[in-house]
Design a protein around this ligand. Structure first.
Ligand code: ADP
Ligand code: ZN
Ligand code: ZN
Length: 666
């Protein structure tokens, strides 16, 4: 029996720890089991990942106890978490803890644990039948089914416009996998935003489905996890972390809306569920299906270059037409009306028409609050957050100024805090203002608003949508929350108050995000028998993201966007690693960042290192932040380089360094 166990611990320390295996435990120890080990003055949970005859330190402590009778981590999970550690710059222990439910991390015994609360109740499910696939769907299914049968890893990019029948393809692929005695994972961006999709899975497969979402209590989460582990649920539908579901015999993995940024975790380990899924599909020899109407540039690039297999659904079911999109040039409105207006005449007329016909409209603006910019007309002072470099947003209902980045709030001042004048001007608009202007313009119309301010209470989300569905409200104003997945046949008009909100964000993905959002929100119109109309207001009507979205032309958008990515050397041509150095002291943060960038350049003359440069929002929650950006083709190599540099880098007290591989934003 080996003398020492190599133990992974969930600390931000990039190494394994050696512990002696006491005589009495030597028969029980095994890779994949959890153990209690002493660490500094505490007792912590660790994960046995290997053995060795030699210890790497002189004073080796003993393992105090073994938690599991049977190995808790499968070989697959060990490989997968190890890959995450190598790819996303975290410790192995941190990667393992991202993959398991809360209670388990604290060393809870898996067997014989009693959990209060009712077991998942066996309800009577209405099992709904499947549709006869269309020609395009059949073709897509055929290639997927082949790989399931051959136990082959392939990533399919299922590129299909909204309502082209992608979900039906997922359902039938899963059905096939189940028929072969295998299991399925289906990821959705966010459970609460996709109730209709989840409903379809439950009504097709009944209690074979486990739905994992963030609102489950830890006990409930654990129960679902256990149900999956025990083989009682064959299908998991869930958000990002559901990719780690403890299935032993996966037959297919599906990621719906693969372009969504919620698949990237913004905490350590900062993994992307799409990439983890790819790795898991490889380990299981099963297909991965990425479905979307607007593929991420990364995925479409891979499909074009043969790394993914492209499958297209080009027609809507029932041949319904895509809605006509009209672009309104707000510069012209400004020129004729001599003032900034919220709604163009075109949009106002269209709303009025819709209401007259007894139909419904969705009005979209991706910014919440009332006024988004408050300044003094006398001295020019702009009201900013105390802790961040951000402007405060006025919220009418609460009568408060709010920082959307840190949550800081303050009373709106009557007089300027700097020059004491009374000329405080409120400008810029958010959904709250849109709602109030609409109720002024359309007295008598029933309007509701959906954004993160109106949906904080649990159940409020369903309530707003319920009222809209039943026709109690006829106008729905909202942020990106209403852009996704909603399927209301009476909606014939979608108005985009400003397409420029996301376009103006200083980020290389701004155009992509704008194209995606416009396409998605446009897809909400005309889902019933009546044709839909979309009106997009903008000050940059010639921008390719807006033009191509209006024409529903993804490929053209891709062509334009990929050119600029290539020119500026951004993904998919390279992988990025963003290093954020922050401190409360500005000078200290900058000096440290400079030192670190120099050290990285010194270690690898080949590395493409940019910065340090101030982060787009330089001060956040009282911390000054500087970014260093690495560009390269090999994430693992970049991580290895950083491990080496940071391993010997002397980080001053009070400075924090975070590493983000494949960051979503700058
Ligand atoms: P997507 O996921 O691409 O938006 P869905 O799979 O939700 O598309 O299909 C859109 C609508 O068409 C749904 O109401 C679905 O039930 C229906 N549908 C899908 N496939 C078929 C089919 N082959 N025959 C008839 N109806 C279908
Ligand atoms: Zn002033
Ligand atoms: Zn703030």
């Amino acid at each position: 029996m080996p003398k020492f166990a190599q133990v992974a611990i969930a600390l931000p320390i990039d190494r394994l720890f050696h512990y002696r295996i006491p005589e009495n435990l030597s028969g029980e120890i095994a890779v994949g089991k959890r153990v209690f080990v002493p660490f500094t003055n505490r007792r912590v949970v660790g994960y046995v990942v290997g053995f060795s005859e030699e210890a790497d330190v002189k004073e080796v402590k003993d393992i105090e106890g073994i938690i599991d009778k049977e190995p808790f981590l499968t070989e697959e999970m060990l490989k997968l978490t190890r890959w995450i550690k190598d790819t996303y710059f975290c410790s192995w222990g941190e990667a393992i803890e991202a993959a398991i439910p809360g209670g388990i991390k604290k060393g809870k015994k898996e067997l014989g644990t009693r959990i209060k609360g009712s077991e998942a109740q066996a309800e009577d499910f209405l099992i709904t039948g499947k549709h006869k696939p269309t020609e395009e769907q059949s073709k897509a299914l055929k290639s997927v089914i082949e790989t399931i049968d051959k136990k082959e890893y392939v990533t399919f990019l299922l590129h299909g416009i909204t309502s082209s029948g992608k979900t039906e393809v997922y359902l039938q692929a899963i059905d096939h996998a189940l028929g072969k005695g295998r299991q399925a994972i289906m990821l959705v961006p966010e459970i609460s935003l996709t109730p209709q999709t989840v409903e379809r899975f439950v009504s097709r497969f009944g209690d074979k489905v486990a739905v994992i979402h963030s609102k489950l209590t830890p006990a409930k989460k654990f129960l679902e996890w256990k149900r999956i582990k025990d083989g009682k649920a064959d299908i998991v539908v869930g958000a990002r972390s559901a990719i780690f579901s403890p299935m032993s015999n996966l037959g297919v993995i599906i990621i719906d809306e693969e372009h969504e940024t919620t698949y990237k975790q913004d905490d350590v380990p900062r993994y992307h569920a799409r990439d983890v899924a790819e790795e898991r599909a490889k380990l299981n020899n099963c297909p991965l299906i990425l479905g979307t109407a607007t593929p991420s540039l990364e995925s479409f690039y891979k499909a074009k270059h043969g790394e993914y297999k492209l499958v297209k659904l080009t027609k809507r079911i029932d041949d319904r037409l895509l809605p006509k999109v009209k672009i309104v040039d707000m510069r012209m409105e400004l020129a004729t009306k001599k003032r900034i207006t919220i709604f163009s005449k075109v949009l106002l007329d269209a709303i009025e028409n819709t209401l007259k016909k007894g139909k419904q409209a969705i009005i979209f603006l991706n910014r919440r609050g009332f006024s988004t910019f408050i300044n003094c007309k006398s001295c020019g002072l702009v009201l900013k957050c105390r802790r961040c470099d951000t402007v405060l947003v006025y919220h009418f209902e609460e009568k408060k100024l709010v920082c959307h980045y840190c949550g800081y709030t303050q009373e709106p001042p009557d007089i300027c805090p700097k020059c004491r004048s009374g000329y405080i001007k409120y400008s810029g608009l958010g959904t709250e203002r849109v709602e109030s202007e609409m109720s002024r313009q359309f007295a008598g119309a029933h309007i509701s608003r959906m954004d993160s301010d109106t949906t904080t209470k649990s159940g409020s989300h369903d309530k707003i949508l319920g009222k809209f569905k039943s026709g109690q409200t006829s106008l729905l104003v909202g942020t990106q929350m209403i852009a996704k997945g909603l399927d209301f046949p009476e909606v014939t008009l979608v108005g985009v108050v400003s397409a420029d909100v996301t376009l103006n964000i200083p980020d290389f993905r701004a155009s992509e995000r704008t194209f995606n959002l416009l396409t998605q929100v446009a897809g909400r119109a005309g889902r019933g028998e009546h044709a839909g109309e979309v009106i997009v207001q903008t000050y940059v009507p010639g921008h390719y993201a807006i033009l191509t979205a209006a024409k529903h032309d993804y490929e053209k958008f891709y062509e334009e966007e990929i050119k600029s990515r290539k020119e500026l050397l951004f993904p998919p041509f390279v992988n990025l690693v963003k290093i954020v150095v922050r401190a409360r002291n500005d000078e200290l943060a900058l000096k440290t960042a400079q030192g670190l960038a120099d050290a990285i350049r010194g270690e690898d003359k080949e590395a493409k290192v940019a910065g340090p440069a101030p982060a787009p929002i330089t001060r956040m929650r009282g911390y000054f932040r500087y970014n260093i950006l690495l560009k390269g083709k090999d994430r693992t190599a970049m991580c290895a380089l950083l491990r080496k540099v940071l391993g010997s880098f002397r980080k001053p007290h009070g400075v924090l360094i975070a590493v983000d591989v494949d960051p979503i934003s700058m």
